[in-house]
Design a protein around this ligand. Sequence first.
Ligand code: LLP
Length: 381
Amino acid sequence: MFSQKQLNTFKETETPFYYYDLGVLNKTLAAIKKAAPPEYHIHYALKANAHPQLLQLIKEAGLGADCVSGNEVKRAVETGYSGNKIVFAGVGKSDKEINYALDHSIFCFNVESVPELKVIDELARKKNTRANIALRINPNVDAYTHKYITTGLEENKFGINPYEFDTVIEELKKLSHINFIGLHFHIGSQINDLTPFKNLCSRVNEINKWFIQKGYLLPHINVGGGLGIDYKDPDTNTIVDFESYFKVFKQFLELQPQQEIHFELGRAIIGQCGSLISRVLYVKHGINTSFAILDAGMTELIRPALYQAYHKIENISSEKKTSLKYDVVGPICESSDCFGKAVEMIETERGDIIAIRSAGAYGEVMSSQYNLRDKLRSVIL
Ligand code: LLP
Protein backbone atom coordinates (compact mmCIF):
# COMPACT_ATOMS: atom_id res chain seq x y z
CA MET A 1 0.00 0.00 0.00
CA PHE A 2 1.48 3.35 -1.00
CA SER A 3 0.53 6.84 0.15
CA GLN A 4 -0.47 9.62 -2.24
CA LYS A 5 2.88 11.29 -1.52
CA GLN A 6 4.79 8.17 -2.52
CA LEU A 7 2.68 7.81 -5.65
CA ASN A 8 3.37 11.43 -6.61
CA THR A 9 7.11 10.79 -6.27
CA PHE A 10 6.81 7.70 -8.44
CA LYS A 11 4.93 9.67 -11.11
CA GLU A 12 7.67 12.30 -11.22
CA THR A 13 10.53 9.77 -11.43
CA GLU A 14 11.90 8.04 -14.50
CA THR A 15 11.09 4.33 -14.35
CA PRO A 16 12.16 1.63 -13.71
CA PHE A 17 13.69 2.10 -10.29
CA TYR A 18 13.85 0.46 -6.89
CA TYR A 19 11.96 2.22 -4.16
CA TYR A 20 13.04 1.64 -0.56
CA ASP A 21 10.75 2.65 2.26
CA LEU A 22 12.88 3.70 5.22
CA GLY A 23 9.85 3.63 7.51
CA VAL A 24 9.41 -0.09 6.84
CA LEU A 25 13.12 -0.79 7.31
CA ASN A 26 13.23 1.11 10.59
CA LYS A 27 10.17 -0.73 11.89
CA THR A 28 11.73 -4.06 10.92
CA LEU A 29 14.99 -3.21 12.68
CA ALA A 30 13.09 -2.13 15.79
CA ALA A 31 11.16 -5.41 15.74
CA ILE A 32 14.36 -7.47 15.60
CA LYS A 33 15.90 -5.54 18.45
CA LYS A 34 12.78 -6.06 20.53
CA ALA A 35 12.55 -9.78 19.77
CA ALA A 36 16.19 -10.84 20.05
CA PRO A 37 17.62 -11.48 23.51
CA PRO A 38 20.41 -8.94 24.12
CA GLU A 39 23.15 -11.58 24.06
CA TYR A 40 22.28 -12.71 20.50
CA HIS A 41 24.57 -11.47 17.73
CA ILE A 42 22.66 -10.61 14.56
CA HIS A 43 24.63 -10.08 11.37
CA TYR A 44 22.98 -8.64 8.29
CA ALA A 45 23.64 -10.64 5.10
CA LEU A 46 24.86 -8.01 2.63
CA LYS A 47 24.23 -10.34 -0.28
CA ALA A 48 20.51 -9.53 0.03
CA ASN A 49 21.08 -5.81 -0.58
CA ALA A 50 24.28 -3.85 -0.13
CA HIS A 51 22.98 -0.34 -0.81
CA PRO A 52 25.26 1.99 1.22
CA GLN A 53 22.46 4.12 2.66
CA LEU A 54 20.41 1.10 3.77
CA LEU A 55 23.51 -0.58 5.14
CA GLN A 56 24.32 2.51 7.17
CA LEU A 57 20.93 2.35 8.86
CA ILE A 58 21.33 -1.36 9.56
CA LYS A 59 24.77 -0.74 11.03
CA GLU A 60 23.39 2.02 13.25
CA ALA A 61 20.83 -0.46 14.58
CA GLY A 62 23.79 -2.45 15.90
CA LEU A 63 23.79 -5.38 13.48
CA GLY A 64 27.02 -7.01 12.28
CA ALA A 65 27.87 -7.73 8.63
CA ASP A 66 27.77 -11.14 6.96
CA CYS A 67 29.76 -11.02 3.72
CA VAL A 68 30.35 -13.50 0.89
CA SER A 69 32.90 -11.66 -1.22
CA GLY A 70 35.89 -9.39 -0.77
CA ASN A 71 33.87 -6.53 -2.20
CA GLU A 72 31.13 -7.09 0.37
CA VAL A 73 33.77 -7.00 3.11
CA LYS A 74 35.04 -3.78 1.51
CA ARG A 75 31.52 -2.32 1.43
CA ALA A 76 31.10 -3.14 5.11
CA VAL A 77 34.46 -1.56 5.96
CA GLU A 78 33.59 1.54 3.91
CA THR A 79 30.27 1.81 5.73
CA GLY A 80 32.23 2.07 8.94
CA TYR A 81 31.94 -1.45 10.28
CA SER A 82 34.86 -2.33 12.49
CA GLY A 83 36.52 -5.61 11.54
CA ASN A 84 35.26 -7.37 14.66
CA LYS A 85 31.65 -7.07 13.42
CA ILE A 86 32.36 -8.72 10.04
CA VAL A 87 32.05 -12.41 9.15
CA PHE A 88 33.13 -13.73 5.76
CA ALA A 89 31.66 -16.90 4.20
CA GLY A 90 31.74 -18.44 0.72
CA VAL A 91 32.99 -21.64 -0.93
CA GLY A 92 35.46 -19.89 -3.22
CA LYS A 93 37.35 -17.13 -1.44
CA SER A 94 40.26 -15.90 -3.57
CA ASP A 95 43.70 -15.08 -2.13
CA LYS A 96 43.06 -11.40 -2.82
CA GLU A 97 39.79 -11.52 -0.87
CA ILE A 98 41.33 -13.41 2.05
CA ASN A 99 44.23 -10.96 2.21
CA TYR A 100 41.87 -7.99 2.23
CA ALA A 101 39.88 -9.54 5.07
CA LEU A 102 43.07 -10.34 7.02
CA ASP A 103 44.22 -6.75 6.58
CA HIS A 104 41.00 -5.60 8.21
CA SER A 105 41.17 -8.13 11.07
CA ILE A 106 37.69 -9.45 10.49
CA PHE A 107 35.93 -11.28 13.28
CA CYS A 108 35.70 -14.65 11.54
CA PHE A 109 36.16 -16.55 8.29
CA ASN A 110 33.48 -19.19 7.81
CA VAL A 111 35.58 -21.88 6.19
CA GLU A 112 34.01 -24.35 3.80
CA SER A 113 36.79 -26.87 3.03
CA VAL A 114 40.16 -28.24 4.14
CA PRO A 115 42.04 -26.73 1.16
CA GLU A 116 40.62 -23.32 2.09
CA LEU A 117 41.79 -23.75 5.71
CA LYS A 118 45.33 -24.35 4.50
CA VAL A 119 45.30 -21.30 2.24
CA ILE A 120 44.00 -19.01 5.00
CA ASP A 121 46.67 -20.36 7.37
CA GLU A 122 49.39 -19.77 4.78
CA LEU A 123 48.25 -16.23 3.96
CA ALA A 124 47.92 -15.36 7.66
CA ARG A 125 51.44 -16.76 8.26
CA LYS A 126 52.84 -14.47 5.53
CA LYS A 127 51.26 -11.51 7.28
CA ASN A 128 52.49 -12.71 10.63
CA THR A 129 48.95 -12.76 11.99
CA ARG A 130 46.32 -15.30 12.98
CA ALA A 131 42.90 -15.75 11.39
CA ASN A 132 39.78 -16.54 13.40
CA ILE A 133 37.85 -19.26 11.68
CA ALA A 134 34.56 -21.11 12.12
CA LEU A 135 33.95 -24.34 10.26
CA ARG A 136 30.92 -24.18 8.04
CA ILE A 137 29.21 -27.47 8.67
CA ASN A 138 26.82 -29.10 6.31
CA PRO A 139 24.14 -30.28 8.75
CA ASN A 140 22.13 -32.24 6.18
CA VAL A 141 18.85 -30.64 7.24
CA ASP A 142 16.17 -30.13 4.62
CA ALA A 143 14.89 -26.54 4.47
CA TYR A 144 11.95 -27.52 2.22
CA THR A 145 12.47 -24.49 0.01
CA HIS A 146 13.31 -24.01 -3.67
CA LYS A 147 16.12 -26.32 -4.77
CA TYR A 148 18.29 -23.39 -5.87
CA ILE A 149 18.18 -21.90 -2.39
CA THR A 150 18.51 -25.07 -0.31
CA THR A 151 22.05 -25.15 0.97
CA GLY A 152 22.22 -27.54 3.92
CA LEU A 153 21.78 -30.91 2.19
CA GLU A 154 24.66 -33.33 1.79
CA GLU A 155 24.78 -32.99 -1.98
CA ASN A 156 25.14 -29.20 -1.86
CA LYS A 157 28.51 -27.64 -2.57
CA PHE A 158 28.48 -25.79 0.75
CA GLY A 159 30.18 -26.70 3.99
CA ILE A 160 32.10 -29.57 5.53
CA ASN A 161 30.33 -32.91 6.00
CA PRO A 162 30.40 -34.79 9.33
CA TYR A 163 32.38 -37.69 7.78
CA GLU A 164 35.22 -35.20 7.21
CA PHE A 165 35.39 -33.96 10.82
CA ASP A 166 38.26 -36.23 11.93
CA THR A 167 40.40 -35.20 8.97
CA VAL A 168 39.64 -31.52 9.59
CA ILE A 169 40.64 -31.78 13.24
CA GLU A 170 43.90 -33.49 12.30
CA GLU A 171 44.60 -30.71 9.78
CA LEU A 172 43.75 -27.98 12.26
CA LYS A 173 46.36 -29.30 14.69
CA LYS A 174 49.03 -28.68 12.03
CA LEU A 175 47.98 -25.10 11.29
CA SER A 176 49.68 -22.50 13.46
CA HIS A 177 48.04 -19.30 12.15
CA ILE A 178 44.43 -20.26 12.67
CA ASN A 179 42.25 -19.70 15.75
CA PHE A 180 39.42 -22.22 15.63
CA ILE A 181 36.61 -20.28 17.31
CA GLY A 182 33.30 -21.58 16.06
CA LEU A 183 30.86 -23.62 14.05
CA HIS A 184 28.73 -22.17 11.29
CA PHE A 185 25.51 -23.52 9.77
CA HIS A 186 23.04 -22.33 7.15
CA ILE A 187 20.31 -24.52 5.68
CA GLY A 188 18.67 -22.39 3.02
CA SER A 189 16.58 -19.33 2.37
CA GLN A 190 12.91 -18.25 2.33
CA ILE A 191 11.98 -20.69 5.10
CA ASN A 192 8.55 -19.81 6.47
CA ASP A 193 7.76 -22.89 8.53
CA LEU A 194 9.90 -22.95 11.67
CA THR A 195 10.26 -26.77 11.73
CA PRO A 196 13.51 -26.83 9.70
CA PHE A 197 15.04 -24.43 12.26
CA LYS A 198 14.04 -26.81 15.07
CA ASN A 199 15.67 -29.65 13.14
CA LEU A 200 18.74 -27.49 12.67
CA CYS A 201 18.94 -26.95 16.44
CA SER A 202 18.95 -30.73 17.06
CA ARG A 203 21.76 -31.22 14.55
CA VAL A 204 23.75 -28.31 16.00
CA ASN A 205 23.36 -29.86 19.47
CA GLU A 206 24.71 -33.21 18.26
CA ILE A 207 27.60 -31.70 16.34
CA ASN A 208 28.48 -29.28 19.12
CA LYS A 209 28.59 -32.19 21.59
CA TRP A 210 30.87 -34.12 19.24
CA PHE A 211 33.36 -31.24 19.13
CA ILE A 212 33.17 -30.73 22.90
CA GLN A 213 33.98 -34.43 23.41
CA LYS A 214 37.00 -33.99 21.17
CA GLY A 215 38.17 -31.14 23.38
CA TYR A 216 36.85 -28.20 21.37
CA LEU A 217 34.48 -26.03 23.34
CA LEU A 218 33.98 -23.39 20.68
CA PRO A 219 32.88 -19.94 21.83
CA HIS A 220 30.78 -19.07 18.75
CA ILE A 221 27.88 -20.94 17.18
CA ASN A 222 26.47 -19.34 14.03
CA VAL A 223 23.13 -20.70 12.84
CA GLY A 224 23.00 -18.69 9.59
CA GLY A 225 19.92 -17.02 8.16
CA GLY A 226 17.04 -18.14 6.00
CA LEU A 227 13.94 -16.75 7.69
CA GLY A 228 11.33 -16.14 4.99
CA ILE A 229 8.88 -13.32 4.29
CA ASP A 230 5.26 -13.19 3.10
CA TYR A 231 5.40 -12.47 -0.64
CA LYS A 232 1.63 -13.01 -1.02
CA ASP A 233 0.50 -10.43 1.50
CA PRO A 234 3.21 -7.85 2.16
CA ASP A 235 0.76 -5.29 3.53
CA THR A 236 -0.62 -7.49 6.30
CA ASN A 237 2.62 -9.27 7.18
CA THR A 238 5.13 -6.51 6.56
CA ILE A 239 7.27 -7.42 9.55
CA VAL A 240 8.37 -11.00 10.09
CA ASP A 241 7.47 -12.72 13.35
CA PHE A 242 11.00 -12.52 14.75
CA GLU A 243 9.81 -13.42 18.23
CA SER A 244 8.69 -16.92 17.26
CA TYR A 245 11.88 -17.41 15.25
CA PHE A 246 14.23 -16.53 18.11
CA LYS A 247 12.10 -18.55 20.53
CA VAL A 248 12.89 -21.72 18.56
CA PHE A 249 16.59 -21.25 19.21
CA LYS A 250 16.05 -20.24 22.82
CA GLN A 251 14.02 -23.38 23.36
CA PHE A 252 15.88 -25.99 21.30
CA LEU A 253 19.51 -24.98 21.12
CA GLU A 254 21.59 -26.41 23.97
CA LEU A 255 24.68 -24.29 24.26
CA GLN A 256 27.25 -24.15 27.05
CA PRO A 257 27.28 -20.94 29.10
CA GLN A 258 30.53 -19.88 27.41
CA GLN A 259 29.05 -20.21 23.92
CA GLU A 260 27.53 -17.27 22.04
CA ILE A 261 24.95 -17.51 19.27
CA HIS A 262 25.13 -15.70 15.94
CA PHE A 263 22.54 -15.23 13.16
CA GLU A 264 22.88 -14.06 9.56
CA LEU A 265 19.59 -12.68 8.33
CA GLY A 266 19.11 -11.04 4.95
CA ARG A 267 15.68 -11.30 3.39
CA ALA A 268 13.71 -10.96 6.64
CA ILE A 269 15.40 -7.60 7.27
CA ILE A 270 15.40 -5.96 3.86
CA GLY A 271 12.83 -7.83 1.74
CA GLN A 272 9.62 -5.95 2.46
CA CYS A 273 10.98 -2.39 2.36
CA GLY A 274 11.74 -2.56 -1.37
CA SER A 275 9.53 -2.46 -4.47
CA LEU A 276 10.45 -2.38 -8.12
CA ILE A 277 8.51 0.50 -9.66
CA SER A 278 7.87 0.51 -13.40
CA ARG A 279 5.50 1.84 -16.05
CA VAL A 280 3.34 -0.01 -18.52
CA LEU A 281 4.73 0.58 -21.98
CA TYR A 282 2.13 -1.31 -23.98
CA VAL A 283 -0.89 -3.51 -23.50
CA LYS A 284 -1.16 -6.24 -26.08
CA HIS A 285 -4.27 -8.39 -26.42
CA GLY A 286 -3.66 -11.90 -27.76
CA ILE A 287 -6.31 -14.52 -28.43
CA ASN A 288 -6.46 -15.88 -24.89
CA THR A 289 -3.99 -13.71 -23.06
CA SER A 290 -3.48 -10.01 -22.49
CA PHE A 291 0.08 -8.88 -21.96
CA ALA A 292 1.07 -5.91 -19.84
CA ILE A 293 4.52 -5.01 -21.13
CA LEU A 294 6.55 -3.11 -18.53
CA ASP A 295 9.66 -0.99 -18.82
CA ALA A 296 11.23 -3.21 -16.12
CA GLY A 297 12.35 -6.71 -16.92
CA MET A 298 14.30 -9.69 -15.64
CA THR A 299 17.40 -7.49 -15.78
CA GLU A 300 15.98 -5.51 -12.86
CA LEU A 301 14.41 -8.43 -10.96
CA ILE A 302 15.43 -11.93 -11.95
CA ARG A 303 13.75 -13.92 -9.16
CA PRO A 304 10.55 -14.84 -11.10
CA ALA A 305 12.59 -16.01 -14.12
CA LEU A 306 15.23 -17.84 -12.09
CA TYR A 307 13.23 -19.41 -9.27
CA GLN A 308 9.66 -19.07 -10.54
CA ALA A 309 9.33 -16.80 -7.51
CA TYR A 310 6.06 -15.07 -6.79
CA HIS A 311 5.99 -11.30 -6.26
CA LYS A 312 2.78 -9.38 -5.75
CA ILE A 313 2.18 -7.10 -8.74
CA GLU A 314 -0.08 -4.06 -8.41
CA ASN A 315 -1.33 -1.33 -10.68
CA ILE A 316 -1.02 1.55 -8.25
CA SER A 317 -1.87 4.59 -10.38
CA SER A 318 -5.11 3.70 -12.15
CA GLU A 319 -8.44 5.07 -10.93
CA LYS A 320 -10.31 2.25 -12.66
CA LYS A 321 -12.28 -0.27 -10.63
CA THR A 322 -12.43 -3.31 -12.93
CA SER A 323 -9.81 -6.05 -12.85
CA LEU A 324 -8.42 -8.16 -15.68
CA LYS A 325 -5.90 -10.94 -16.00
CA TYR A 326 -2.53 -10.18 -17.57
CA ASP A 327 0.73 -11.88 -18.27
CA VAL A 328 3.04 -9.22 -16.87
CA VAL A 329 6.24 -9.22 -18.90
CA GLY A 330 9.37 -7.14 -19.46
CA PRO A 331 11.10 -5.87 -22.59
CA ILE A 332 14.06 -8.31 -22.56
CA CYS A 333 14.54 -10.68 -25.49
CA GLU A 334 13.91 -13.86 -23.49
CA SER A 335 10.66 -15.76 -23.02
CA SER A 336 11.52 -16.19 -19.35
CA ASP A 337 11.28 -12.42 -18.95
CA CYS A 338 7.91 -12.71 -17.25
CA PHE A 339 7.02 -11.41 -13.79
CA GLY A 340 3.78 -13.35 -13.52
CA LYS A 341 1.21 -15.20 -15.60
CA ALA A 342 -2.55 -14.55 -15.39
CA VAL A 343 -1.99 -11.86 -12.79
CA GLU A 344 -5.25 -10.29 -11.68
CA MET A 345 -4.73 -6.54 -11.78
CA ILE A 346 -6.74 -3.31 -12.09
CA GLU A 347 -7.36 -2.82 -15.81
CA THR A 348 -4.24 -1.19 -17.14
CA GLU A 349 -3.11 1.08 -19.96
CA ARG A 350 0.07 2.68 -21.21
CA GLY A 351 1.66 4.89 -18.57
CA ASP A 352 0.19 3.19 -15.50
CA ILE A 353 2.56 2.71 -12.61
CA ILE A 354 3.13 -0.88 -11.57
CA ALA A 355 4.69 -1.91 -8.27
CA ILE A 356 6.37 -5.29 -7.92
CA ARG A 357 6.41 -5.81 -4.20
CA SER A 358 8.72 -7.44 -1.65
CA ALA A 359 11.74 -6.86 -3.86
CA GLY A 360 14.15 -5.40 -1.33
CA ALA A 361 16.10 -8.64 -0.97
CA TYR A 362 17.93 -10.25 -3.89
CA GLY A 363 16.42 -7.72 -6.29
CA GLU A 364 18.76 -4.84 -7.06
CA VAL A 365 21.86 -6.88 -6.14
CA MET A 366 21.01 -9.54 -8.71
CA SER A 367 20.27 -7.08 -11.50
CA SER A 368 22.30 -7.03 -14.70
CA GLN A 369 22.78 -4.86 -17.75
CA TYR A 370 21.97 -7.60 -20.24
CA ASN A 371 20.67 -6.05 -23.50
CA LEU A 372 22.76 -3.02 -22.47
CA ARG A 373 20.08 -1.91 -20.08
CA ASP A 374 20.53 1.37 -18.23
CA LYS A 375 22.22 1.29 -14.85
CA LEU A 376 19.53 0.73 -12.25
CA ARG A 377 18.31 3.69 -10.25
CA SER A 378 16.93 3.72 -6.74
CA VAL A 379 14.88 6.10 -4.62
CA ILE A 380 15.15 5.94 -0.84
CA LEU A 381 12.56 7.81 1.20
N1 LLP B 1 24.12 -16.93 5.45
C1 LLP B 1 24.53 -17.68 4.40
C2 LLP B 1 25.70 -18.53 4.55
C3 LLP B 1 23.80 -17.64 3.18
O1 LLP B 1 24.20 -18.39 2.18
C4 LLP B 1 22.67 -16.80 3.08
C5 LLP B 1 21.92 -16.71 1.83
C6 LLP B 1 22.30 -16.03 4.19
C7 LLP B 1 23.05 -16.13 5.36
C8 LLP B 1 21.11 -15.10 4.18
O2 LLP B 1 19.95 -15.78 3.96
P1 LLP B 1 18.50 -15.07 4.07
O3 LLP B 1 18.30 -14.71 5.52
O4 LLP B 1 18.49 -13.87 3.21
O5 LLP B 1 17.56 -16.12 3.60
N2 LLP B 1 18.92 -15.25 -4.38
C9 LLP B 1 18.02 -16.12 -3.65
C10 LLP B 1 18.45 -16.29 -2.21
C11 LLP B 1 19.86 -16.81 -2.07
C12 LLP B 1 20.29 -16.95 -0.64
C13 LLP B 1 21.74 -17.22 -0.55
N3 LLP B 1 22.24 -17.35 0.78
C14 LLP B 1 16.62 -15.55 -3.75
O6 LLP B 1 16.43 -14.56 -4.45
O7 LLP B 1 15.68 -16.10 -3.18
